[in-house]
Design a protein around this ligand. Structure first.
Ligand code: KG4
Ligand code: ZN
Length: 315
């Protein structure tokens, strides 16, 4: 739940993480997610209003996410958004979650489009050419698991719980990334990704070696994911002749990715940008910024019969 002034001044940005509630299941349980959205959404609105020091009737626009994502949580956010907009007599605008991630860049960076967005989260792995705000072309995406999903599955297999990205990031610092030469799926081919095979390779390695240090396994796995992401991002930026790459989504918090993408971009005369972590992982400030921008500059509003679109695309 966030409150934005204009399109980029964040007055409040409140996150209620459900990670602990889903941890023992090794992934998000849709029903638990929906119920906790319902439980938390009104208190979170109150907290955001208090933090921003505004009254509800000062709001000019309500912009909830309408997809992609789980239908239950989307319905909860949309329903509250519509009720607020109707009750306050103000416009309402549904926002695409993926476009919201791209607006993490708008919230925190001085350089505007064009740029290449490397969107890497628990559900998505996208290379998107941001030609202008509102004008996107997807250049490549995952054919199976998302990058964050690969981190989470490997974390679950090795007993690290869910989500595991940050834990793997930390543990890898004490490991040898060259200890196991894991496959780099589709490394030399195009701009799509595939991480499902890598997960199987980790399972096989776990079965076969008894004296393997967990840190070495994790560092080697992380290196394979990071090398694939960085190689493809640089390739995509070259293809569209773009000098700026922005990494967004939860996996963009990964320290090795930040280091390697920064180095490789510099070596090829490009610049890699990383919005602050609070705007990289899922948050409402990026959604609010996107909604406010589309309303202010494109004059957009949505009808109150807008429904959730779980498999919404971008570009
Ligand atoms: O963007 P996000 O918060 O939610 C989605 O839209 O999915 O991304 C969550 C994902 C999880 O898979 C989590 O394991 C991963 O981001 N993640 C990381 C790191 N921090 C979070 N992956 C690698 N290294 C990290 N430091
Ligand atoms: Zn997300």
């Amino acid at each position: 739940m966030a409150i934005i002034r204009g399109t980029r001044k964040v007055l409040a940005n409140k996150v209620f993480s459900q990670a602990e509630l889903h941890e023992k299941y090794g992934g998000v349980v849709p029903e638990i997610a929906s119920r906790n959205h319902l439980k938390k959404i009104s208190p979170l609105l109150q907290e955001a209003v208090n933090q921003a020091q505004i009254e509800l009737d000062q709001l000019n626009l309500i912009a909830p996410t309408y997809g992609p994502g789980l239908v239950g949580p989307l319905l909860v956010g949309l329903s509250l958004g519509k009720s607020l907009a109707y009750g306050l007599g103000i416009p309402f605008l549904g926002v695409n979650h993926l476009e919201g991630h791209i607006f993490a860049h708008h919230l925190s960076q001085k350089i505007g489009p064009p740029f290449l967005a490397l969107l890497i989260s628990g559900g998505h792995t996208h290379l998107t050419h941001v030609k202008d705000w509102g004008d996107y072309q997807t250049l490549g995406q995952t054919r199976d698991d998302a990058a964050g999903e690969a981190f989470d599955k490997v974390g679950f297999m090795t007993g690290l719980g869910y989500p595991a990205g940050l834990k793997i990031d930390h543990k890898s610092k004490g490991g040898d990334p060259r200890r196991i030469d894991f496959p780099r799926p589709l490394l030399n081919e195009g701009l799509d990704f595939s991480f499902a095979g890598l997960k199987t390779a980790v399972t096989n390695e776990l079965k076969k070696s008894t004296d393997l240090k967990l840190e070495d396994l994790l560092a080697s796995f992380q290196e394979a994911v990071v090398e694939t992401l960085v190689t493809k991002a640089i390739r995509a930026a070259r293809k569209i002749d773009c000098e700026v790459i922005t990494a967004i989504g939860g996996v963009a918090a990964n320290s090795r990715l930040r280091q390697k993408l920064g180095e490789e971009a510099r070596a090829t005369g490009m610049e890699a940008l990383f919005p602050p972590l609070q705007f990289c992982t899922d948050n409402a400030a990026m959604i609010g910024s996107c909604g406010a921008y589309r309303h202010q500059y494109f004059g957009e509003t949505s009808s109150l019969d807008l429904g959730p679109v779980p498999s919404l695309h971008l570009g």
